[in-house]
Ligand binder design. Structure first.
Ligand code: NAD
Length: 328
């Protein structure tokens, strides 16, 4: 049984605490928040201990999750890692790339697991694609949200686009070669809408848009590759695959034939598949995997290095946006 402590029990941390209270392989040992009213009310809801200080929590647990505002991730995670405690850190891993590098270095020196809360990796639509060969050459992604003042202390790139950056880096097996980006602060002091074009050394291009000033919500990604078009709807947890296959190919997934194409002597057909999606609560699943990784050893599926890579690309995008000459 792994004793876990939750640090920062605001919007997301309170959900962490409720999940850990319900995961059989873990015990919610307690919570800490600098807002003592919040700390007591979540502790009472989850029937756990509201620790008096961060140090007291760290002395009484085997592992922690950190869901404080991003600006404090580095300080809080450093204290836990220095004590040899594994950490689950909400995304983005830290505010700056230097801090993320330092955390990854510290954790490696101590042999401690870092998992980063890039939750979309556990979206049922992404999990449904695990048996497909994915090698996209063009990606189009849109993450559009309605305005909410929470989170506007950081640019939309760090708040929303970083989810898609992480997914894209996990799907494209090639280094980023070039980044172009633009963005506009429309209602807040930081960028509210941004577009980035990531070019990879294997030729793949990803065109990524994130906005927090949309009327309608949308979280979609489309992948185009040799012989396939894959559409991912993160909001619906739905993946759709259109593939060009040999006319006699049998598929284990229920398939609808959309048409036939004759390419020289080769007869091919276009098929449509909706790979089965397992009912999954992505937050619960990523926290269960954290407990499993910590208990059995091994590397987290979304490691500190992954968090660092996504943050590095996000910062390069923000730098490009800052270099724009906007006459406002
Ligand atoms: P929030 O403001 O609702 O909660 C943060 C909590 O941390 C508050 O209760 C605050 O009192 C507490 N806190 C602040 N500094 C602290 C400290 N040093 N020690 C202990 N407690 C402290 O914020 P939120 O929306 O829950 O976001 C928290 C983190 O989760 C952020 O990093 C955010 O980017 C991330 N987040 C991730 C997702 C996701 O999809 N994975 C979604 C939302 C937020």
């Amino acid at each position: 049984m792994l004793n876990v402590g939750v640090i920062g029990v605001g919007h997301l941390g309170s959900l962490h605490a409720k999940m850990f209270a319900d995961i059989p392989s873990a015990k919610l040992a307690g919570v800490f928040d600098i807002d003592s009213g919040r700390k007591r009310s979540i502790a009472s809801e989850c029937a756990t201990t509201p620790f008096g200080s961060l140090e007291e929590l760290l002395e009484n647990v085997h592992a922690v999750t950190i869901a404080t505002p991003t600006g404090s991730h580095f300080d809080v995670a450093s204290k836990a890692i220095d004590r040899g405690l594994p950490v689950f850190i909400e995304k983005p891993i830290t505010a700056t790339v230097d801090q993320a590098e330092e955390l990854v270095r510290k954790a490696s020196a101590k042999g401690v697991t870092i998992q980063v809360g890039h939750i979309e990796r556990f979206n049922p639509a992404i999990l449904a694609l695990e048996h497909y060969h994915i090698n996209p050459m063009f990606i189009e992604s849109h993450r559009l949200a309605q305005f909410n003042p929470r989170g506007t202390d950081v640019a939309v790139v760090l708040d929303l686009m970083i989810h898609d950056i992480d997914i894209i880096l996990s799907l494209v097996n090639s280094p980023v070669e070039k980044i172009e980006a633009n963005g506009v602060p429309v209602v807040s002091e930081t960028t509210d809408i941004a577009n980035a074009r990531l070019q990879f050394t294997n030729g793949c291009v990803a065109n990524v848009t994130a906005s927090r000033i949309s009327q309608k919500k949308m979280r979609k990604m489309r992948l185009f590759q040799r012989d396939a078009y894959i559409s991912i709807d993160f909001s619906e947890g739905l993946a759709e695959v259109f593939r060009l296959v040999d006319a006699d190919e049998q598929s284990s997934t229920p398939t609808m034939m959309l048409g036939e194409i004759e390419l020289g002597a080769r007869k091919r057909k276009i098929i449509y598949e909706q790979p089965a999606v397992k009912e999954t609560n992505a937050l619960r699943y990523e926290l269960e995997l954290f407990v499993k990784t910590v208990s059995s050893g091994g590397k987290a599926i979304v490691s500190g290095e992954d968090g660092l890579r996504a943050l590095t690309v996000a910062h390069e995008i923000m730098e490009k946006i800052n270099q724009q000459k906007l006459v406002l």
